[in-house]
Design a protein around this ligand. Structure first.
Ligand code: HEM
Length: 460
């Protein structure tokens, strides 16, 4: 068979195109995976691609996302995309477990995070937020502050205090830095997974990461064992986990399962909420009119009364829209099915790029503009439900969503009751997608003690 020069040339071009595409994706996976996202996902509901040898499908249409994550939840699993980077640290906790093991844990732990439980955690959240305001006011005298470092500190305090009421024995800064180091290196595990590099091949940062996780696991294990032997009841997550039983079988969690889940809550709950707070504070610093309204709302509310903070909650939601802390998540097709006219074969990677969903012009006008009024009830009712999904969707959606919103509203209102903030850099930092959405450089804010004189008269 002879091939015409024209066909050969177009074949070569296609192959070169794939190679360039693959190169772009691989470089982006290490540098900033946001740069490797296909531009079509900002306009189309379903985009097909290949991730090296595996078919991949990006889903950004709310009804298709719903169909996949809810109706076909049983045909999907997380596969190695999640286990490889996070499994070594989190064991078989809720985020990484699969199948029946996940199902019974979810049933057992769900009541711990229901809305009615949240008020128990309010005092710890308020106290940690007040301490954060004290620290910020102290460091403000030395110039602009790295607000991300501070929000990491406060959410770490909160997760430790709500889990272990007191959290003695935890070196907050060292542990938070260790977790950050661990997450920083997960990009290599993600890349290794895309390239199907076998699990025995050592990756950069892997050993240090395992050491950090091992040390944390030992610390937590000792506290769980102590609490179980003491039999002391406290108003914290650990007590609730020790007492939780599967409503179907009556089975309780053993110590190792509790440690996996405590670590999971630290990993899944602290950095996500910290980043959301940092991005939101940056947005508020750039929108002084809205900042002032949030401050007035905080002034008028009883501390900890989140129901009295509707604007603050809208601001948090709009922050999560523009900078979703979990910007993309993945599933593996375990049982083939059809979706949007496309046959999804076994092992297809389903990617849900929340970052792109939240900036699609189909349902968000001027999508890059900060406008908390998008979350007024009428505006919400006019959009498809999954046009906003910072906490995922379906049975594996975030178990800590209500906890995170409660916490974010309390921290923001506590800080902004006492502080004014101004941005120092003319433009916000670019987001970088690791597992979470981090700023490419620190978010620096000028912090000023707030006085009523600065506020001026209330126009209302
Ligand atoms: C703003 C803060 C947060 C964001 C944006 C967020 C986002 C998410 C998302 C998108 C998922 C689903 C991932 C997937 O489907 O693959 C998830 C799962 C999860 N999140 Fe969160 N999360 C936040 C805070 C929290 C907090 C505070 C906790 C716990 C204290 C938590 C615990 C979990 C757990 C355990 C899962 C796994 C649930 C399961 O698979 O059954 N998250 N989170």
């Amino acid at each position: 068979m002879t091939i015409s020069p024209r066909r050969a040339l177009s074949g070569l071009r296609r192959a070169a195109g794939h190679a360039v595409d693959l190169g772009r994706v691989l470089v982006a996976t290490v540098n900033n995976p946001l740069d490797g996202l296909p531009p079509e996902i900002f306009t189309q509901d379903l985009v097909q691609r290949r991730l090296v040898h595996r078919p991949a499908v990006y889903l950004t249409g709310p009804s298709l996302v719903q169909e996949a994550l809810v109706a076909h939840a049983g045909d999907l699993d997380k596969g190695e995309t999640v286990r490889r980077p996070l499994g070594p640290a989190l064991g078989d906790g809720l985020l990484t477990a699969e199948g029946d093991d996940w199902r019974w844990q979810r049933r057992t732990i769900a009541p711990v995070f229901r809305a009615a439980t949240l008020p128990r955690f309010t005092p710890a959240m308020l106290a940690a937020a007040e301490r954060a305001a004290d620290r910020l006011l102290l460091s403000a005298a030395q110039g602009p502050v790295d607000i991300g470092a501070e929000t990491m500190h406060v959410t770490f305090d909160i997760i430790v205090d709500t889990m272990l009421s007191g959290g003695e024995g935890f070196d907050v800064r060292a542990t938070a830095a260790g977790i950050e180091r661990y997450l920083h290196h997960t990009r290599w595990a993600i890349l290794a997974n895309i390239l199907s590099i076998p699990a025995w091949v050592p990756l950069p940062g892997q050993r240090a990461g395992r050491e950090v996780a091992g040390a944390l696991r030992r610390q937590l294990g000792a506290r769980v064992a102590l609490r179980r032997s003491e039999g002391e009841r406290r108003d914290d997550l650990l007590t609730l986990l020790l007492e939780a039983t599967d409503p179907e079988t009556g089975r309780a969690l053993d110590d190792a399962e509790i440690v996996d889940n405590l670590l999971t809550f630290v990993a899944a709950g602290h950095e996500t909420t910290a980043l959301s707070l940092a991005w939101t504070l940056d947005l508020l610093a750039r929108h002084p009119d809205i900042l002032r309204q949030v401050q007035r709302e905080a002034d008028a509310a009883t501390p900890g009364d989140v129901a009295a903070l509707p604007l603050t909650l809208r601001v948090v939601q709009e922050g999560l829209r523009l900078y979703p802390a979990a910007p993309m998540f993945a599933r593996r097709v375990a049982n083939p099915f059809r979706l949007g006219g496309v046959a999804l074969k076994r092992d297809t990677v389903l990617l849900v790029p929340v970052f792109a969903i939240h900036r699609r012009t189909a349902w968000w006008d001027a999508p890059h503009v900060f406008d908390p009024d998008r979350f007024l009830p009428n505006a919400v009712a006019a959009r498809p439900r999954l046009s906003f999904m910072p906490f995922g969707a379906g049975p594996r959606a975030c178990i800590g969503a209500a906890f995170a919103l409660h916490e974010a509203a309390i921290v923001l209102s506590t800080l902004l009751r006492r502080l004014d903030i101004q941005s120092v850099d003319p433009l916000p930092p670019r987001p970088r997608m690791a597992i979470t959405l981090r700023p490419t450089r620190p978010i620096r804010l000028r912090v000023i003690p707030r006085t009523t004189r600065q506020l001026g008269p209330d126009p209302a």
